[in-house]
Design a binder for this molecule. Sequence first.
Ligand SMILES: Cc1cc2nc3c(=O)[nH]c(=O)nc-3n(C[C@H](O)[C@H](O)[C@H](O)COP(=O)(O)O)c2cc1C
Length: 104
Amino acid sequence: MYRAAVSLHPSRFRSERAIRCHSRAVKKATRIPVIAVGLITEFEQAEAIVGTGDADLIALARTILYNPRWPWHAAAHFGAHVKAPEQYLRSQPRQYRDLFDIGH
Ligand SMILES: Cc1cc2nc3c(=O)[nH]c(=O)nc-3n(C[C@H](O)[C@H](O)[C@H](O)COP(=O)(O)O)c2cc1C
């Protein structure tokens, strides 16, 4: 039994728009969560894919290889919070004073 569906590979889908269209079609055809993957690099792009309901989740491959802290940067960009191990808390940048969720 599958719990989530979809790997949308750029060898078939050469644009982010095509990936989003396909993801939306898969979502209509199934009731399990759909993950969009391929060519996702920007925070706003990722937010739009989930925010519009084109997919339930996004997955990153090359983007996260290049920048493993991408989710933290995305959270900072949107004014959201992240849980981080204690030893990271002192690294919080001055301009993102509320980035780390320290139980407030
Ligand atoms: C180094 C690397 C290894 C990958 N290995 C696999 C794999 O073993 N199986 C798979 O289905 N996809 C694999 N992929 C494809 C990714 O899961 C993903 O579908 C593809 O890179 C498109 O997403 P991206 O644009 O975020 O990189 C790999 C991609 C990269 C860059």
